[in-house]
Design a protein around this ligand. Sequence first.
Ligand code: HEM
Length: 439
Amino acid sequence: MPTKSALAHIPGPSALPVIGHTLTIARDSYGTQQDYIHRYGTVYKTNMLGVWRVNLCGADALERVLLDREQLFSSEGGWDALKRIYPGGLITLDFDHHRANRRIMQAAFRASAIRDYRLRMTGAMSDLLDSWPDDTPFDFYKAIKTLTLRIGGAVFMGLPLDGPLAQKVNRAIQDEIRASVALIRYPVPFTPMWHGVRGRDFLRETFRELIAERRATPGDDFFSQMCVARDDEGRGWTEDQILDQFNLLIMAAHDTTATALTVMMEALASHPDWQDRLAQEVAALGDAPLDEEALGKMTQTNNVFREALRLVPPVPFIPRQATRDFEWKGYTIPAGTSLALNPGVTMLSPELFTNPTTFDPDRFTPERAEDQSHRFAWTPFGGGAHKCIGMHFSGLQVKLFVATLLRKRRVQVAGPAPDWQRMPIPKPKGGLHLMLPRR
Ligand code: HEM
């Protein structure tokens, strides 16, 4: 890893000893980034707990690094914190090794498998939504995280929604997620990393026991599909690989979709015109089953989803590490440098989107197509070889949720507009308080 002196030519604010810019960035990560871009330009360095990082800002940098035509940018080096919890997980693999594993994972995302997951989700979602109160306010953020975890139990693992094992598994996943963004990256007893490592070990042992059974009689859940997944040449995964890949998959799927739905519900509660538009879109589907064809007609819902991901992206930073020296915007950046890309701030740039902080889903209509202003203007799912493999699945899940909810309920504000914490994982400080009365 390059020292401060190796990065002396890269501009950046002066840093406090040891903590560097950690506190400033944690307090207001977007405001701080916008300020640094204004002061130093789109290439600047920061220090988080002693580690120097070069920030490459804007859509051009996203394009160069994510497309990575020269195999210069390592995800393994970038996602070093995730590697401690998910060693071998797809997101932490590089280049040819990554491609070979992604081909196998792709088998769990083929159209027929997605159809089976949707069928599983439809019933589970309707049952769980019916259990939500219709006459008292509640914290939607907390409720949606529980709902997505419980649906995850059924769809991802083939476990009953309420069984004791599903609950233990869900607790372990939460511990892993907290650890994956922890500042202290060693499993010092009782820290989030320590809980996360224990959660991972519990999940590995639990799922290891199920592999033989699922290989013999695979179900229509993700875990079964990953146990039998093969690439075009018939190559599959060993037990340890299944456990690593599955563990990362459930983490990647969980908080991201829950965050997006929270932003969407806040927007629908505070923009009744948009809620009416989506309710009409859902009503136009009639009582038809919510299959791929019906969900495909929910274009306005899709635009609200895209706008929510632009305003509060669940993954606002994407890290990489330089494998060799490279040139960018007139700077030579040395091999080994930690790099941060910033899709979050880029998607709020006035050069790419008009009135960028305004909720305006129509910016995605074909007539306006603001997301096409640059190939990497709209990047909540990343891009290139590591582009989110669950992008289509998360869109299905979101549309299924919106249709199931708006068929029966209205969405009303029941508390102050939340202030969004952006780092390390976006969440509404104090929750999102809503009322969901019946229609
Ligand atoms: C709104 C929801 C979601 C968002 C915003 C999101 C965002 C992202 C982003 C930005 C990346 C790329 C990271 C990088 O380049 O380093 C990624 C990768 C990934 N996502 Fe998602 N994700 C979402 C939902 C899901 C779901 C539902 C699943 C699984 C069903 C999933 C599984 C994955 C996996 C396995 C990767 C690693 C892919 C690879 O390295 O090849 N994600 N996601």
